[in-house]
Design a protein around this ligand. Structure first.
Ligand code: F6R
Length: 608
């Protein structure tokens, strides 16, 4: 949700800011802007639309010279995505220039107060109040202005700030929205995400909540919310600059789909010992602690929530423990019944999703044990969790997740197998079969990726449809949820996922001649049941594409069949989702959609 970049160095800021914004554009892309100190005054250039529009505007105006500046790419929350609402925003006299990621919840009240004080507003954004407040409380020291102004803000923010009295400095502050600083040979940097900094440095300072910073050309000073200096340590980020490039693929999404065997392999690697047992050293839970757990909650948003649904089926079957899966934005407000015998598993790729973070805090307050599955090291969720298991998907840039979802599934299987091993709820031989299927999963997923050509042909046959229904039972249904989300988010085709047995309780009234039904049929135990549901939709004219395994392909009355390799039934979702991701990708491509940056979306949803 919005990308922030800041640079203070010796090079020309404009190019560095624009390159940084390119790397952050996945976070929001409805308008963009920069401010660069030129002749000791910040010069602002901003415009609605993609970064390309900003580049064009900068190209047609007088050259922007200067080596200190801030930039922003926006995902609108308050006010339409217009040029006036684009960041940066300035205080009345231009003393403060601000870029912001987050939401100021009490901005309406602050705006009234500031208007009464005589400040004028030129945008509909919540951000503008920050610039005015800083000016109001400024007495010659920008850090002290932040110390006085920022506690008045309710909500979340990551800020990049310029103060016209200090053209050699750049300021930053954070509450609940991600922000890092970096120091490289070429100068100092602020950014929402490491992707923007990797070409300069992989060593970063992470802002803790409430911290402020002042960045010089070769210095980064941190302060606590009271303005006292704090010592920070650098963290080394294990990513290469190439990991945030497309690597010859047309889209990040395709690159990331193809990287899934590696993402799964890297995620599984640390957890299997040479005797074929699962070991999880990061887990501070003794076998006795695990035995004391009487209920598991899995809490997440979007695709991570869908991974959680797979987890429910897997855990309930392996552990015979009750598992509830909840959407974080619901969980946080529904006063869930938790105690010290509850284990709450939080899943998040970014580790910054606002609702998921709030759900984690709610669970903590209620005394539950907390275990998070996170892809981004040092993210807010990782830092606030009792125990963290990192998926090793690497940087995921496409807004629609693929490899991070697959890595989350892999991690859930590991946890399920480990708990089953500790609780002895599964016979040794059966557990060994699961663990060896898990070890072979990267290879099985590689074979599923070989179906790319077949899936592209099927996409060509159906890409003009306006509606799609995904059906399946149990784990097939869990995979169908993710398959359906992938299609709708990147191709804008209306799509719904249903338990195959539920369709006839209402939704089947929407099936008519030619309606597309994607039937996931990889569970041999429930094959005949789903086969009957397929017949029901076929009888009403649906065109049916089935995803099945060599064992389940007979008895299916389908127009097109995608046969994926077979593996252990509990981990089939990891395999069947692969052609579904590819299907969505090729359909979106044929519909000329902006695959990596679908409309209205942004990666890392740091607002409620
Ligand atoms: C869909 C997608 C989203 C995310 C969701 C949670 O393709 O990527 O649904 O899964 O916004 O994000 P994280 O995992 O970062 O908490």
């Amino acid at each position: 949700m919005c990308g922030i970049i800041g640079y203070n160095g010796n090079g020309p800021a404009v190019g560095i800011l624009l390159t940084g914004l390119e790397k952050l554009e996945y976070r929001g892309y409805d308008s963009a802007g920069i401010a660069v100190f030129q002749n000791e005054r910040p010069r602002v250039v901003k415009t609605e639309g993609r970064l390309a529009n900003l580049r064009e505007k900068i190209g047609t105006e007088e050259p922007v010279n200067g080596s200190v500046g801030i930039g922003h790419t926006r995902w609108a929350t308050h006010g339409a995505p217009t040029g006036a609402n684009a960041h940066p925003h300035q205080s009345d006299t231009g003393l403060f220039t601000v870029v912001h990621n987050g939401i100021i919840e009490n901005y309406a009240r602050l705006r009234e107060i500031l208007t009464d004080d005589g400040y004028t507003f030129t945008s509909e954004t919540d951000t503008e109040v920050i610039a005015h407040l800083l000016e109001k409380y400024y007495k010659g020291d920008p850090v002290q202005a932040m110390v006085r102004a920022l506690p008045l803000l309710e909500g979340s923010f990551a800020l990049g700030i310029l103060c016209a009295d200090f053209p050699g400095k750049l300021y930053g502050a954070r509450r609940s929205s991600p922000l890092i600083a970096g120091l490289a040979e070429d100068g100092s940097f602020l950014a929402s995400d490491i992707a923007a900094l990797l070409q300069y440095t992989n060593e970063v300072y992470r802002f803790d909540d409430g911290e402020l910073a002042a960045l010089g050309k070769d210095s980064v000073e941190f302060f606590n919310s009271g303005g006292e200096k704090v010592q920070k340590h650098k963290a080394v980020v294990d990513l290469s600059p190439e990991s945030v490039e497309k690597g010859g693929h047309e889209h990040f999404m395709l690159k990331e789909i193809m990287e899934q065997p590696e993402a799964i392999r890297n995620t599984l690697l640390p957890y299997r010992d040479k005797n074929g047992k699962i070991v999880i050293e990061e887990l501070a839970l003794s076998p006795a602690d695990i035995r004391e757990i009487n209920k598991i909650f899995i809490v997440a948003c979007g695709s991570a929530y869908h991974a959680g649904i797979v987890g429910k089926y897997v855990f309930e079957e392996l552990l015979r423990l009750s598992v509830e899966v909840d959407i974080a934005s619901e969980f946080r407000y529904r006063r869930p019944i938790l105690d010290e015998h509850s284990l709450v598993i939080i899943i998040s790729q970014s580790g910054e999703t606002a609702d998921t973070l709030a759900a984690l805090r709610e669970a903590k307050k209620r005394g539950a044990k907390l275990l998070s599955i996170v892809n981004v090291k040092g993210s807010s969720i990782a830092r606030e969790s009792d125990m963290v298991l990192y998926t090793k998907a690497g940087a995921e840039i496409a807004v629609a997740t693929t490899k991070a979802y697959s890595a989350q599934l892999a991690m859930l299987y590991v946890i399920g197998a480990y708990f089953a091993q500790q609780l002895k709820t599964v016979a040794g031989q059966a557990l060994a079969e699961l663990i060896s299927a898990l070890a072979a999963l990267p290879e099985t997923v590689s074979r599923a990726l070989e179906l790319s050509g077949t899936v592209e042909d099927i996409a060509a046959a159906y890409y003009t449809h306006d509606h799609a229904y995904y059906i399946g039972r149990n784990l097939d249904y869990a995979a169908a949820l993710e398959a359906s989300l992938k299609l709708k988010e990147i191709s804008y085709i209306h799509s719904e996922a249903y338990p195959a047995g539920e369709l006839k309780h209402g939704t089947i009234s929407l099936i008519e001649e030619g309606t597309l039904v994607m039937a996931l049929c990889c569970s041999s135990r429930l094959l005949l049941k789903t086969a009957a549901n397929i017949k029901e939709v076929k009888a009403r004219g649906a065109g049916v594409v089935c995803v099945c395994t060599p064992d389940t392909q007979a008895d299916l009355e389908a127009d097109r069949v995608i046969t994926v390799p077979h593996t252990h039934h509990l981990i089939m979702p990891s395999v069947e989702v692969i052609p579904m991701q590819l299907f969505s990708y090729y359909v979106a491509k044929l519909r000329n959609c902006d695959i990596d940056k679908p409309r209205n979306l942004a990666k890392s949803v740091t607002v409620e």
